[in-house]
Design a protein around this ligand. Structure first.
Ligand SMILES: [Zn+2]
Ligand SMILES: [Zn+2]
Length: 722
């Protein structure tokens, strides 16, 4: 990886970190000289040799063969970093990261170090199979570690001394081992397998031992994740700056964050109805989301050399919440739309600053409004799937083959997510939902509104710093299409935000033949913040059937109708009250419908550009059984740390449909009435085109010409292979 110094100088460094760092070195090593200013990857490239036991290759270590490991290896010398979390698929970079950090410190910056394994026998095994061979074949370490000069009675499998420091290896289940000596560097491996001892969490106990090293300590936590919401490495990654890796497409140069369900596709044999009869996973490859190019294995290996890491943690700045990966998605799609074929490559610089020297390299995320680096780097977290693996046994076709073998078996699926994707996973039972099945169901339709839609409704969720909105098209027997999902960032106390929401709700949406649609009804949550603002907005728009609503409380889990059957008599504006909707009933219905896997009554269609996070939110809640005065009942509950805005928006959009039906809408009749293709309007080709709605369509407010965009321009090329 090349570092770009001129660009680095142009960026505002957040602190005078380098000078401070040097001062710290001196403080930590009184009378000593600062260690040579090289990085861990440079140390490994220069000094490390590979033992035969550690793998099939032997000889010199070369970071460039596992380029994805360079980012995590640079983190120990990145100014400001104290904690490093590596949540990665198995056998990719985890062990090498720990080994190289050990070698670097033992050789160039000696200090007391502690390496934790789940149990003492695992620590002995790590010492025997990893540390010993590495020391034996690497001359600079052989000279220092356990050399005759320093050998003493302490020298065992679990204690390696070297001039200026030592490496102690211990099992995380023995708190005594954790509480003994002060240490400066902690290497915690396989952290999901650590027991919680009487004394507390082993990592916290170990990190307490770094206290005497002031600002000079380092803690590295590594593991492939396990069970979602229980995984220690997942929790650690979530509290980090959440770095993810991108690579450049060899076709167009677009930087892409590789995602199995969005970017990997393979040939399938299908019947007339589109049901897959046979998969050909050996044909699986990664497709560029910008230019549609399918990468050969040679091209994939080439792109791995362009790996760079980006902070992706969502943050609040300048009064708004920002989601870096969403910002990037919007930025590159806009750039690509302005300059087709460009891959939107300028978009990266709109979201991140490349901050690099010989000793660190990372894309720091910046606030789009004020430009400051809004996410602290004290805790650098890294997550990567096997799509970034350089090993030939981890090709996309191997991952796809494993996916097809695992997708119908919960145990195999758990292992696949953990070992192949490097992601935590919780097994579902019975008819519970598969996130990935949903996510792979995304569709393309020819225009904004597909044929079959009778009415549009909107559901809006109000958060302290934004309003989220889903626009849903409803067809025969409540088959639905998610037309659009929009996030309005801003303060819901300000009229400015509501003006944008209003303009959106007034927009006209077009079908392939030019037929216009408007939002027939909308429900806005008034149960959280900004209640009065929502009331004011809704009561001024009652005529447009825009309602302020509140979810019913979960009294005994009773199921009320989604839209109340008995609506109190007409209220005047002074006594405006929100409508109480039956959220538990709505959530039951939505969950049942998500389980449907073929178009028809109730089936939910989604556009291809929705990401996994959207589906995670949609399926975030679980039924829990509660008990009150001897009576058991079921309610929907959100596990802590999960977001559910997408589900809430769908609940409210559904409530808006129920309101229309309550007030007399005959949905199936309306769908039939609109089935006829408009005459005079030429059918639109797929993709982005201009349409002139015909006068008889009554689209006066649509103006003479509107832009109609397909749901996902990049995906259309990808799906041709399918
Ligand atoms: Zn491309
Ligand atoms: Zn800002």
């Amino acid at each position: 990886m090349s570092t770009n110094k001129s660009q680095n100088l142009a960026n505002p460094p957040p602190t005078s970190a380098q000078g401070k760092q040097a001062a710290l070195w001196r403080a930590a090593r009184p009378g000593g000289t600062p260690p040579p200013r090289i990085s861990v990857p440079e140390w490994a490239d220069r000094y490390r040799k590979l033992a035969k036991e550690a793998g099939s290759t032997s000889g010199n270590w070369s970071t460039s063969t596992v380029e994805v490991a360079r980012g995590p290896m640079l983190a120990p010398t990145e100014p400001g970093v104290h904690v490093i979390t590596a949540m990665v698929s198995t056998q990719m970079l985890k062990t090498a990261l720990l080994e190289n950090i050990f070698g670097y410190f033992a050789h160039l910056d000696p200090c007391p170090m502690l390496l934790l394994q789940p149990k003492e026998d695992a620590a002995e095994q790590f010492s025997k199979e990893r540390i010993n061979p590495m020391v034996r074949v690497t001359p600079v370490l052989r000279e220092l570690v356990g050399s005759s000069k320093t050998r003493n009675a302490d020298e065992t499998l679990l204690f390696k001394s070297f001039p200026g420091g030592f490496l102690a290896l211990a099992g995380a289940g023995s708190p005594d081992n954790l509480a003994r000596r002060p240490v400066r560097v902690i290497l915690a491996d396989e952290v999901d397998k650590y027991p919680v001892t009487r004394e507390g969490d082993p990592i916290s106990l170990a990190e307490e031992r770094t206290a005497s090293f002031g600002a000079n300590w380092l803690s590295v936590r590594a593991c492939s994740p396990t069970v979602q919401d229980e995984s220690r490495i997942e929790k650690s990654y979530l509290s980090s700056d959440q770095r993810r890796a991108s690579v450049c497409c060899p076709g167009c140069g677009h930087r892409q964050f590789l995602d199995f369900f969005r970017h990997v596709d393979w040939k399938k044999r299908k019947d007339d109805k589109g049901v897959v009869l046979e998969h050909f996973p050996r044909t699986a490859r990664i497709f560029c989301e910008a230019c549609g190019l399918g990468w050969s294995e040679g091209e994939r290996l080439m792109t791995l050399r362009t790996v760079r890491w980006h902070q992706t943690r969502p943050f609040n700045c300048c009064g708004s919440r920002h989601v870096p990966l969403d910002m990037y998605d919007r930025a590159w799609r806009d750039a690509e739309a302005r300059d087709p074929g460009s891959g939107g490559i300028t978009a990266v610089d709109a979201v991140w600053d490349w901050w690099a020297s010989e000793r660190h390299a990372v894309y720091r995320v910046k606030c789009p409004d004020c430009g400051t680096w809004a996410v602290d780097n004290q805790h650098a977290g890294f997550q990567a799937s096997k799509l970034y693996s350089p090993w030939s046994k981890d090709k996309p076709s191997d991952i796809a083959t494993k996916w097809l073998a695992a997708k119908d078996d919960e145990d195999l699926k758990q292992a696949w997510w953990n070992t192949q994707m490097g992601m935590p996973y919780r097994a579902h039972s019975g008819k519970d939902l598969d996130l990935e099945t949903l996510a792979s169901r995304g569709e393309l339709w020819a225009a904004q509104v597909p044929f079959g839609v009778g009415v549009l409704t909107a559901g809006l969720d109000v958060q302290p710093d934004r309003v989220e909105c889903e626009l849903v098209g409803w067809g025969r027997d409540e088959e639905s299409w998610s037309i659009d999902y929009e996030v309005f960032e801003g303060d819901p106390e300000t009229p400015e935000l509501w003006a944008r929401v209003d303009a959106y709700l007034l927009k006209t949406w077009y079908r392939h033949d030019g037929r216009p649609f408007n939002v027939s009804s909308a429900c806005i949550d008034s149960g959280g913040h900004n209640t009065q603002r929502v009331y004011d907005f809704a009561k001024a728009r009652l005529g447009r059937r825009i309602y302020a609503i509140k979810g019913e409380s979960a009294r005994n889990g009773q199921r009320s109708p989604v839209w109340p059957t008995k609506v109190p008599s007409r209220r005047n504006k002074a006594t405006y009250r929100p409508t109480i909707i039956g959220v538990n009933t709505a959530k039951d219905t939505i969950r049942n419908r998500l389980n449907k896997d073929a178009p028809g009554p109730g089936f939910m269609h989604f556009p291809a550009d929705r990401d996994l996070n959207y589906y995670a939110q949609l399926t975030s809640e679980r039924i829990v059984v509660k008990e009150a005065s001897g009576h058991k009942y079921r309610v929907w509950e959100l596990p802590s740390g999960r977001a559910n805005e997408a589900l809430d928006c769908r609940v409210y959009a559904y409530a808006a449909l129920c309101a229309l039906i309550h007030f007399g809408l005959k949905l199936n009749r309306t769908v039939e009435d609109l089935a006829e293709v408009l005459h005079g309007a030429p059918p639109l080709p797929e993709g982005e085109v201009s349409v002139a709605p015909t006068p008889q369509a009554g689209a006066a407010q649509g103006g003479p010409s509107v832009r109609v965009k397909s749901a996902a321009p990049g995906r259309s090329r990808v799906s041709k292979l399918a």
